[in-house]
Design a protein around this ligand. Structure first.
Ligand SMILES: Cc1ncc(COP(=O)(O)O)c(C=O)c1O
Length: 394
């Protein structure tokens, strides 16, 4: 079949299977509310867990940096795009995560590509949790090393594979907080297994950075594990930090090697000054306003307790990501329509983003949500129409 006809056929199949994706242009900043097509909704699907994406301190920092430095870095880091503010951001990220050094990337996707591509060659192994984020999986697929996956959270399975492996170099990668499920990697066990088997551990903490741990340094801090020689951490700046970009923190030898060799770092324009300044303002807030994390946690607990009474099929998540599993894509879409009718915006997450049969609504909680917002969501989840749809009623 000619190329174009194939695409038309794929389009038809996706529409029929309810997996055709659509964008909805928002007409407001992202916050506890969103405006779409002139209507204001409560927003329960962004990753703005700490309410920083529209925070005046971040906006002011971005404006000041733009006035001072202009809009673009205008070159890659190794040409002349690396300004003193990029360096300061990296220093602050290293200090905040307790690492020797950090290196800032333009996106988390690009940062995830960097490690396997830079460090692994034919004959090496990259081992991944089966539910790792797409960018980690992609990174494993597109490097020369052998890619293997272990059952979700099953550290004994990971250990087994590592013990049997005769690979020259071994890398284990895991999300710290799983992006579509909200559950957390068994980091203590994985760290120990990696230590025993001389495997480098990379924790993608896109959804833990800023939110977890006493100072918001993330999942590793929460588990009392240091970022260091055998453990690298990746954080993103477009989620709890309310800005954009990402970083890898760790031992200076690894970070320096990334600077020398990582293609997704070298061959791209450095982050714009406004973004760098906003990220720095966010780190300052992580450090000085722990009450944001406290409020987030109390919102999560409130929601979890209420939703547990409704007996939905959920995942045991203690984080801001609270999925409600609905099975097929059609049901997930119907659920979002029902929520939208009641003034709540949540998008359906469908295969191939999640495995077949696990389409869901991915609810995300923010410290900005008020108790009345949570109650409104819980009321809709508890309505007969919603329970009937989910088959989750008692
Ligand atoms: C676990 C995880 N890693 C990496 C990324 C990619 O980060 P970015 O959006 O900065 O590319 C995301 C989300 O986008 C994510 O959820």
């Amino acid at each position: 079949m000619p190329w174009r006809e194939q695409l038309i056929q794929q389009h038809r199949n996706r529409v029929a299977a309810k997996t055709w994706r659509q964008r909805h242009a928002t007409q407001s900043p992202v916050g506890r509310e969103l405006k779409i097509k002139g209507r204001t909704y409560l927003n329960f699907c962004s990753n703005d867990y700490l309410g920083l994406a529209n925070h005046p301190a971040l906006s002011a920092a971005a404006i000041e940096a733009t006035t001072d430095r202009g809009t673009g870095a205008a070159a890659s880091h190794l040409i002349c795009g690396h300004q003193d503010i990029h360096q300061e951001l990296e220093n602050e990220l290293a200090a905040h995560t307790g690492a020797e050094k950090a290196i800032a990337f333009s996106t988390g996707y690009m940062a995830n590509l960097a490690i396997p591509q830079t460090f692994l060659k034919r004959g090496d192994l990259v081992l991944q949790d089966r539910l790792n984020h797409a960018s980690l999986v992609e990174a494993g697929r597109y490097c020369e090393a052998n890619l293997k996956r272990y059952r979700h959270l099953d550290f004994a399975h990971a250990q087994n594979i590592l013990l049997k492996s005769s690979a020259n170099k071994k890398l284990l990668t895991t999300d710290g907080v799983f992006s579509m499920d909200g559950d957390q990697a068994p980091l203590r066990e994985l760290t120990e297994i990696c230590r025993q088997t001389e495997t480098l551990l990379l924790v993608d903490d896109a959804h833990g950075f800023g939110v977890l741990g006493k100072t918001g340094a993330g999942s590793l801090e929460q588990h009392g594990i240091s970022v260091g020689a055998g453990v690298l951490m990746l954080g993103t700046l477009g989620k709890a930090a309310g800005s954009f970009g990402a970083f890898i923190a760790g031992d200076a030898v690894y970070i320096d090697s990334l600077l020398q060799q990582a293609r997704s770092y070298i061959y791209t324009t450095a982050l714009p000054p406004a973004v760098v300044a906003a990220s720095r303002a966010a780190i300052h807030i992580f450090q000085t306003e722990p009450e944001r994390r406290e409020k987030l946690n109390s919102n999560i607990n409130y929601f979890r307790q209420a939703v547990a009474k409704l007996h939905y099929p959920t995942v045991d998540s203690k984080t801001a990501i609270q999925p409600v599993l609905l099975g097929d894509s059609k049901t997930a879409i119907q659920a979002t329509q029902l929520l939208q009718q009641q003034g709540i915006w949540i998008t359906a997450i469908r295969p191939p983003t999640v495995p077949d049969g696990t389409a869901r609504i991915r609810i995300t909680i923010s410290c900005e949500h008020r108790q009345s917002d949570l109650d409104q969501l819980i009321d809709v989840l508890g309505s007969d129409a919603m329970l009937a749809l989910a088959g989750g009623g008692q």
